[in-house]
Design a protein around this ligand. Structure first.
Ligand SMILES: C[S@@+](CC[C@H](N)C(=O)[O-])C[C@H]1O[C@@H](n2cnc3c(N)ncnc32)[C@H](O)[C@@H]1O
Length: 183
């Protein structure tokens, strides 16, 4: 799955990707650990990039589960559009437009939001808007899975979710914190 050209795209767009390499398999496994794939029927993915998390989700999702991906970068969005899977819906859009896109798909609240967004390099107003819309569009008890290379946004998440658990993995470049938030 990992291709050198994906890293080139990440580096070329570092101001919006915030990284130079796709996430490791260990980080992705840890990020998705809280998801019960047997019962989950709708997932939103924010910042899918080259699709390394997307592929892991599709590999484990129930046949009736829908995956809605919002990716700001048009090259990555086009690349993801080449994945043939009827459960996958890719949008070249900002993470702030979750509600509009769920409406277009006639979907109500979702079970999980999985995010690789580089929150620490996105301006505060947009981060607040993204986190508010994530919370508003999760079903009660639904989960928000996010990773970050620092704890810069821990304080933004604590007041929004009933429970925020933190894990840390060294086996990624760079090492990453994983937030496991429950609405
Ligand atoms: C750190 S990369 C993650 C890529 C991949 N999911 C991974 O884990 O390796 C962050 C991705 O978020 C996208 N992104 C940044 N800001 C965004 C926004 N406001 N809305 C949607 N996607 C955004 C970037 O274009 C980039 O593809």
């Amino acid at each position: 799955m990992f291709q050198f050209s994906d890293s080139i795209k990440l580096i070329k767009n570092i101001k919006t990707t915030g990284t130079i390499a796709p996430s490791s398999k260990v980080l992705i496994k840890d990020l998705l650990r809280p998801i019960d794939f047997e019962s989950t029927r709708c997932i939103v993915e924010l910042g899918p990039g080259n699709g390394c998390v997307t592929a892991a989700l599709l590999g484990r999702m129930h046949p009736e589960c829908q995956l809605i991906c919002l990716e700001l970068n048009d090259e990555f969005a086009a690349q993801l559009g080449n994945i043939v899977d009827p459960r996958l819906h890719v949008y070249n859009a900002c993470a702030t437009s979750i509600r509009k896109i769920l409406d277009e798909n006639k979907l109500d609240l979702v079970d999980h939001v999985v995010s690789s967004l580089p929150l620490s390099i996105i301006d505060d107003a947009t981060v607040n808007q993204i986190l508010a819309t994530v919370r508003a569009n999760l079903r009660p008890g639904g989960g928000f899975q996010q990773f970050q290379y620092s704890l810069a946004n821990y304080g933004d998440m604590k007041p929004l979710f009933s429970n925020v658990k933190l894990r840390f993995t060294l086996r990624n470049m760079p090492p990453a914190f994983v937030y496991d938030c429950v609405k």
